[in-house]
Design a protein around this ligand. Structure first.
Ligand SMILES: [Zn+2]
Length: 100
């Protein structure tokens, strides 16, 4: 279990890597659902391969984000992302993947 300060620093670090438009949406989700943390955002091609990402992943262009935390907050964030025009909003089990 990651301590809260470390989780917040990790979220901030990943948030900074996103493109401006998705960053605004993800920032809003993190604010609305404070139990969630951002576990992945923009990835290098090497990092994307290492974590098994699809070759055309929106993580490569800083448009996709992965959010993890309590189940109910993940579900709520997924619904919110869909209603806010996310181009991808997928429940991956241990996290939700959203992209704009
Ligand atoms: Zn993802």
């Amino acid at each position: 279990m990651t301590s809260r300060p470390v989780a917040r620093l990790q979220s901030w670090f990943h948030l900074r890597s996103l493109s401006p438009h998705p960053r605004r949406h993800v920032h809003s989700l993190l604010h609305a659902y404070p139990g969630l943390r951002l576990t992945s955002a923009r990835r290098s091609a090497a990092r994307n391969r290492a974590v098994g990402g699809v070759p055309n992943s929106l993580h490569l262009s800083g448009r996709a984000a992965d959010l993890a935390g309590p189940s109910l907050q993940m579900l709520a964030a997924l619904g919110a992302a869909r209603s806010r025009g996310a181009v991808e909003a997928v429940h991956e089990g241990d996290h939700v993947h959203v992209a704009w």
